[in-house]
Design a protein around this ligand. Structure first.
Ligand code: SGN
Ligand code: CA
Length: 677
């Protein structure tokens, strides 16, 4: 935790006082956020793909921001920045893996201590129970589209229905049961339209008769842009035919269908209807018999048909919220916000997903209706960011923003069109290595230019003139015609980074969290790890903390258990018999430090009867380079059964080999961790 956050925690309660607004005057706040809903698919921004009449109402009767940007375009980081009002490098939630530090002050905590009733319903994604909410009912992880599970104030249950409808049902239920003498704040977080784009049954065919032309740069060749050449998010190459496009052979087996996270959750009649509908797509695919560019175009259409259809339910449910407010006389004194955690590529550059600092993924929708204080039909193009949300809502609520919030209230920008606002927004994306292989990068965007520095595996700069080249196809970095712009932008980037306290050293800590379902009271070793390398405690092998080396934080041996010349032989007794799909064991190889891979690894498992059987040999799934030398080897064993006991044995190679500086001396074996999934 940095000093600023610590300070605001201490000041927390005392520093917050409503600034003279009475309970009646204080507005209710309904914050509706969808997942990956990009502005190209909201008709008040762009009406070429879809009509979203209910979302549009917020802009028609309130304000629409055309230049709202995300500070780190993936889910959990954006959510953490919205709650804390601070950048990823300050709040610590820099990727989708780490666990949110709920001790920090957040928007909801401030409103709550100021007399608001607070709630969150839907996707949360911060890997720990929400804090600061009177009521929470969240989807575990990414959640499911059909008959999803929810965790309501800590209790898990399975709901019946379609996720977008269920989230709004629950939110309206909570609003209807609130204490009407106090204002309320609720975050309504949709799962849709997140991958793998599963529409409500009745909506599946909504766009089947629409032929959607691919964007102009769909067949982008990424010339002059190294990071773009390295990604894996191409509609043509990376979309999975079954999971994403629902192209399933009619005779496919249950197990293939079960890959549809959630199809097996459906009622049998619904599931039959689902299969019947998508069978038509399979037939279309067979009949079309296309390859190359034409097949890519078809894939794009199928992708868009499903993506857009999930938004129809979102828009309808926004309409339900607005009707509720009208019917209950709440529509004048309630701020209704619509946004998304970040944007999304709808085929631009040939892509789906987000992560890049390019426009389509960087831009967030932001529409706000608040008749008492915001005029109808206002459009604002000043630069705002997701870290501004919390200070802005606190401003409208008459509460003071804690010092830890780095964003600024945009209320003044709404009230005064001549207020120019800030000159540049700041961005920093950290999740690499990670899904879709987008390199780490940071940068700034002004109203005309964008400068990006890709670092970590590459060291590459990109500069765009957004007026001349809004699709960002032409990297101007190093172009002599733009040398002045380049100089100014570089200096500005430097000063913005200093202003927000993001130094290149503030990239991730040397360890990160991983998901490990092992519940064990202690590791029983035949020979304990060497005193010098214990991995930080008895629970080192199952604590969910693993090394996270980066060039700037090149890793350390802190998280590793080291064995000098000895085999590693550990046994666990799980708290209860647990169904385990896989066991992943991670070893370090850094021969310069006398650390070698084991000669052999065996994993044995047993049920309550303690009757051990050996698992089939491992598959190597990952080799991760450590920037300061060496590699991490992850090997994976299939379990697929309920287990109570597990034993892992790794054979040390004994001594350093011939020709090695330590020839004949004891070799080290490093392990961390044994991950049950
Ligand atoms: C899933 C998706 C990815 C997506 C991430 C992050 N794969 O892992 O395509 O980038 O979520 O999304 S999937 O095959 O499981 O659908 S985020 O919204 O949580 O940031
Ligand atoms: Ca998202």
């Amino acid at each position: 935790m940095n000093d600023k956050i610590r300070k605001s925690l201490i000041l927390g309660g005392a520093g917050i006082a409503s600034m003279g607004l009475s309970a009646q005057q204080r507005p209710n706040i309904i914050f509706i956020m969808s997942d990956d809903h990009t502005t190209q698919a909201i008709s008040s921004y762009d009406s070429s793909l879809i009509k979203t009449p209910n979302i549009d109402k917020l802009a028609n009767e309130g304000v629409l921001f055309t230049n709202c940007f995300c500070t780190n375009a993936i889910s959990a980081p954006s959510r953490a920045s919205i709650l804390t009002g601070s950048f990823s490098h300050e709040n610590g939630l820099y990727n989708n893996v780490v666990v949110f530090d709920t001790a920090q002050i957040n928007l909801s905590k401030v409103l709550r201590s100021d007399g608001y009733q607070t709630a969150i319903v839907g996707k949360w994604h911060l890997k720990i129970a929400p804090s600061g909410f009177d009521y929470w009912n969240i989807l575990p992880g990414q959640g499911s589209y059909y008959n999803p599970d929810f965790i309501k104030n800590g209790e898990e249950y399975r709901a019946h229905g379609y996720v977008t409808d269920l989230i709004t049902d629950d939110a309206l239920e909570w609003i209807s049961q609130r204490d009407t003498t106090r204002p309320f704040f609720i975050m309504i977080h949709n799962k849709a339209p997140h991958r793998n784009w599963m529409p409500r049954l009745n909506d599946i065919e909504n766009y089947w008769n629409t032929d959607i032309p691919v964007p102009d740069n769909f067949y982008d060749d990424y010339k002059g842009r190294t990071a773009a050449q390295m990604q894996h998010m191409s509609v043509d190459e990376d979309m999975l035919p079954d999971l994403d496009l629902k192209i399933i052979h009619p005779d496919s087996t249950e197990s293939l269908e079960a890959r549809y996270m959630g199809l097996e959750r459906m009622d049998s009649a619904d599931r039959a209807q689902w299969s019947q509908l998508y069978r038509l797509r399979y037939e279309e695919f067979v009949l079309a018999d296309e390859t190359g560019k034409e097949l890519a175009r078809l894939k794009y259409n199928w992708y868009m048909q499903d993506y857009l259809a999930t938004i129809d339910a979102v828009d309808e449910n926004v309409g339900r919220v607005l009707s509720y407010l009208r019917d209950h006389n709440l529509d004048q004194n309630t701020i209704v916000v619509y946004t998304s955690d970040q944007g999304f590529f709808l085929g631009e550059h040939g892509w789906f997903d987000k992560r890049f600092m390019y426009e389509e993924s960087l831009r967030m929708p932001l529409l706000i209706r608040y008749p008492e204080q915001i005029e109808a039909g206002v459009v604002r193009d000043q630069l705002v960011m997701n870290v501004d949300f919390a200070p802005s809502f606190l401003d409208y609520a008459g509460a003071e923003a804690p010092e830890s919030m780095q964003g600024e209230s945009f209320r003044g920008l709404i009230e005064d069109s001549t207020n120019k606002g800030r000159e540049a927004v700041y961005y920093h994306y950290f999740e690499h290595p990670g899904e879709h292989s987008v390199q780490r990068h940071y940068g700034i965007r002004t109203d005309q230019y964008k400068l990006i520095h890709f670092y970590y595996k590459i060291d590459d700069w990109e500069l765009y003139d957004l007026v001349q080249d809004p699709s960002e196809m032409n990297n101007l970095y190093g172009n002599p015609d733009y040398s002045d712009v380049q100089l100014q932008m570089t200096a500005r980037l430097d000063s913005v980074r200093r202003h927000y306290g993001d130094t290149i050293q503030s990239v991730p800590p040397s360890t990160k969290a991983t998901e490990n379902i092992a519940r064990v009271s202690k590791s029983v070793f035949k020979t304990p790890p060497n005193d010098k390398y214990t991995g930080g405690g008895d629970n080192a092998l199952y604590d969910g903390v693993i090394e996270n080396p980066t060039p700037l934080n090149p890793g350390s041996f802190d998280a590793w258990c080291g064995f000098e010349g000895e085999d590693m032989n550990v046994e666990w007794k799980l708290e209860s018999q647990t169904f385990v799909k896989t066991v992943t064991v991670r070893f370090l190889e850094q021969t310069g430090s006398w650390i070698f891979l084991p000669e052999d690894v065996e994993v044995w498992v047993a049920g309550n009867d303690k009757n051990y059987t050996e698992l089939p040999k491992a598959r190597q799934i990952n080799v991760i380079n450590r920037p300061n030398g060496g590699t991490v080897h992850e090997c994976n064993f299939l379990v697929q059964q309920g287990i109570r006991y597990i034993r892992v044995m790794a054979k040390n190679r004994g001594v350093c080999p011939e020709g090695h500086p330590g020839e004949g001396q004891p070799a080290w074996l490093f392990i961390d961790e044994i991950i049950l999934q």
